[in-house]
Design a protein around this ligand. Sequence first.
Ligand SMILES: CC(C)(COP(=O)([O-])OP(=O)([O-])OC[C@H]1O[C@@H](n2cnc3c(N)ncnc32)[C@H](O)[C@@H]1OP(=O)([O-])[O-])[C@@H](O)C(=O)NCCC(=O)NCCSC(=O)C[C@@](C)(O)CC(=O)[O-]
Length: 370
Amino acid sequence: MTYTSRQQLADHVRIVEVGARDGLQNEKKSISLENKLELIRRLSSTGLTHIEAGSFVPAKWVPQMASTSEILTDLIQKPPAETQPIAYNYLVPNIRGLENLVKIFQQHKHTNPPLQSDYPTPPPSPTPEEAAGQGPITSTSNPNEMSSTPSPSTTSNTTEISLFAAATESFSQRNTNCSIAESLSRSIPIIDLARRHSIRVRGYVSVALGCPYEGPDVDPHKVAELTCQLLEMGCDEVSVADTTGMGTMPRTRKLMQTLKDAGVLMEDVALHFHDTYGQALVNTVVGLEAGVRVFDSSVGGLGGCPYSKGATGNVSSEDIIHLLHSLGCETGVDLVKIAEVGEWITGVVGKANEGRAGKATLSRLREGTE
Ligand SMILES: CC(C)(COP(=O)([O-])OP(=O)([O-])OC[C@H]1O[C@@H](n2cnc3c(N)ncnc32)[C@H](O)[C@@H]1OP(=O)([O-])[O-])[C@@H](O)C(=O)NCCC(=O)NCCSC(=O)C[C@@](C)(O)CC(=O)[O-]
């Protein structure tokens, strides 16, 4: 650790909630459209500003994402009325995926607001006592009532997309049926079409710290090269992903240094950790120390990639938010509210709730010790 005081980390950190996409895509049990929409609505009421909502992929590749068109349609027709603007993000593996998204925009005569120079500003964070996890945290509601009383809408929501490349040839072939070079050339028309519709583009670099087919020793220079290429091609941000959760503190530190040496600005980078080996929070601190201020996480720790066998879910949103607040960082997300969402959705999916900070917070609240 190089940080000696909380003040040094007292920045805003943007959380990109991936539970409704990465969290659910690998679930064998079919989750109903109603429950997916309910999840997105509940997440929208926690203070989150960035939520992955689905994937425009062929159903034969990822059956769980087959209802993505209906999700986008619903969010266009009945946008959650929150006080903060929310960017809903959809994965697109190829131009066909984005064309399908744009068709829905056109069917509903919907447009994104013009692109602004920066991401929307989040609402104020919890008080310092709440942020430190020490003060009185007031429960907002019964989780079953959370989405029924939205606050008045003062802002407009946006649609964003994510495209993806991988740092190893084997993963690229399994995940997208093409080479790394082909995945980059596929990205060019996607970025071009997205720009024409004022749609922000995120790039993912998968298997940055370990590959299910090639092992943990993924070349950090390859990750840095791909990150630079995606940014140069026009991605607004690149999420560097530890798909397998094999990342360790020393290798994450080396990766961050390699990215910096390659000239990548930390403000253009997000980090996406899976927690297979329980290293996600440690690696998050490494990323924070390197200057990254955007982290992906999944409510309840749900998740996994269909092409990364054995990898568990993403770092839980509840745990990363608790960590960040304890360091004095602002996220704008209400830990109690998101803990309630984690409790609810893991029950729906029938999985263990991996959001330990969320479970502890709710349990203390219910015992009357918070
Ligand atoms: C890229 C492809 C499509 C290539 O798959 P392919 O089979 O080579 O595609 P194709 O172009 O040959 O088309 C095959 C069929 O799919 C149709 N098709 C083609 N495209 C689409 C589309 N977009 N939507 C709907 N249908 C589509 C196309 O029309 C055709 O239909 P048919 O003639 O057989 O009836 C496939 O490999 C694919 O979908 N891969 C994505 C797999 C995936 O979603 N993986 C998980 C997400 S990535 C991830 O989780 C990692 C991440 C992001 O979380 C970060 C991390 O942790 O690493």
